[in-house]
Write a protein that binds this ligand. Sequence first.
Ligand code: SF4
Length: 318
Amino acid sequence: MPSSPCRLCPRSCGVDRRAGKRGFCGETTDIRIAAASLHRGEEPPIIGRGGSGTIFFTGCTLGCVFCQNRQISQASTNVGGMGRTVDRAEFIRICLALQTRGAENINLVTGSHCTPVLADFLRSARKEGLVIPLLWNSSAYESLDALESLEDLVDVYLPDLKTLDPGLADRFFQAPDYPEAATKAILHMLDCRGALRWNGPSLVSGVMIRHLVLPGYPESTRAVLQWFADHCRGRALLSLMTQYTPVGEGRDIPRRYVKADEYDQLLEWLTELKIDDGFCQELVPDDSWLPDFERINPFSSALSAPVWHWKTGLLGCH
Ligand code: SF4
């Protein structure tokens, strides 16, 4: 259970989630899930041959104003909160269904506000026969205490490093302490799983750091790449994401996609900083990839095969 009052993540809201109160993340101590699927829209080492067994949790400790998953991540607003409460038995059924259908891993998306209840569920799932690697896919806005509760469980860490600029973090996530919290969290992850290990094309242990390029904020990306080169090069993979798509409302949020000349600049920086272990996404031309969690398959059928949905529960074989 999260402590009461809740100080699980750096927000330190101090609400009594055990009594049903909701802090910034929008969730009580119940674990809510929006969807689970075999996903092919992640980086090659994450999807491997069988696809990534992705579980999308409802709620989020960060709440980016331009979040692509706002229907499920921004539960404290009127915009979102799609999801259904799952108990231990249902969570285990979801994990085992993903494994049975060929998932390379269980990819836990934005579950930081669910620890340590989630850690407890995962331990039970291991006892019930879950053997594939566990991926912790997070914003990195999480406390070391929360990460420590998962330490013996997580095989691959997949944290974001969104910005090192406290002003941008304040404007876009209401979290000026994001740079300090996220870099501490990532260094801790590197200490836990510093060596990259592979099984064929799949990453089975290690750290991959994602950075979403914000159009019009090149200095923010440059600082992140420099930090990666200084602290992570040779110890982690980098995934440079250029899929920013203008959704959401907020002061100064980019209203456009990444341009070709900005993309060329990124490639030059990667060369200059000698960062060659990882991935740079191709330019994304439109919003056709954006998920819609109202649909049983929130993504296109090319990207994802649904296994569980908040409206229906477990789905039949595909
Ligand atoms: S986990 Fe949620 S309630 Fe707890 S401190 Fe973080 S945002 Fe606040």
